[in-house]
Design a protein around this ligand. Structure first.
Ligand code: ADP
Ligand code: MG
Length: 242
């Protein structure tokens, strides 16, 4: 059985020359089925860079990122996008719900973009909304939903179609504690049902819902050695196990 997420010696350098930022400096991280891992660390420590690399929104400067066994760092943009749509659900702090679409339309959108027939997409979207206790508001527009409901719609959209890896970047950041708890509870239930997840949070109360917590500092996870990229030969793996 393939592992939902396996990152090895991942580095990411943003920009170049004097403005260069080493956002990730050799990150090893494995997340198994049924496992929720909390990612904590100060602002600028590389948490978002880590999630973006894990989900194929960004490519690492070096290292490998295996999603269900496929090294997405080695795929072209089109193939990477296809793996991302099929396997990865993102939840961001700014929800990116489409204001002109109802809740159920927002949730079925990624399936339709992936070529699923509209009737089937709608059925799956309704099931995802039901799982999050949102059936009653399925036909409402985002502006007619509370903040907590909007966030649950965003989670339903991230989970629809049975994606195996959920990446949540401070999903509770804009919510009060009751709504925040509801979001984490739903995320936890979905992981228990067989998905895998990374949860970036500043709040130890939410991190407590995870199976373990890793800490990022200056682009390194606690306990790991720096494998900072050699600028004279970008992309080279220096002595790393394949
Ligand atoms: P966090 O999410 O922990 O706040 P980020 O991954 O967003 O950290 O950022 C890590 C470092 O990389 C920061 O110094 C940030 O300024 C820098 N960075 C992130 N994205 C970019 C980018 N697209 N271009 C240049 N620098 C970036
Ligand atoms: Mg961030």
């Amino acid at each position: 059985m393939s592992v939902p997420l396996e990152m090895k010696r991942v580095t990411r350098v943003h920009g170049r020359g004097a403005g260069e930022v080493h956002a990730l400096r050799g990150v090893d991280l494995t997340v198994r089925k049924g496992e929720l891992v909390a990612v904590m660390g100060p602002s600028g420590s590389g948490k978002s860079s880590l999630l973006n690399a894990a989900g194929g929104l960004d490519t690492p400067t070096s290292g490998s990122v295996r999603v269900s066994g496929v090294d997405i760092a080695r795929l072209g943009a089109r193939e990477r996008a296809a793996v991302r749509r099929r396997e990865v659900g993102f939840v961001f702090q700014d929800l990116n719900l489409v204001p002109a679409l109802t809740a159920v339309e927002n949730v079925s959108l990624p399936l339709e973009l992936d070529g699923v027939r509209p009737g089937t997409a709608r059925t799956e979207a309704e099931a995802a909304l039901a799982e999050l206790d949102l059936t009653a508001v399925a036909d409402r527009y985002p502006e007619d939903l509370s903040g907590g409901q909007q966030q649950r719609v965003a989670i339903a959209r991230a989970l629809v179609g049975g994606r195996g890896l959920v990446l949540a970047d401070e999903p509770t950041g804009a919510l009060d504690s009751v709504a925040g708890d509801a979001v984490i509870r739903v995320l936890r239930a979905r992981i228990d049902a067989g998905a895998a997840g990374l949860l970036v949070t500043h709040d130890a109360r939410y991190a407590a819902w995870a199976d373990r917590t890793v800490h990022l500092r200056d682009g390194l996870l606690d306990g790991s050695d720096s494998d900072d990229v050699d600028l004279s030969s970008p992309g080279e793996l220096r002595g790393a196990d394949a």
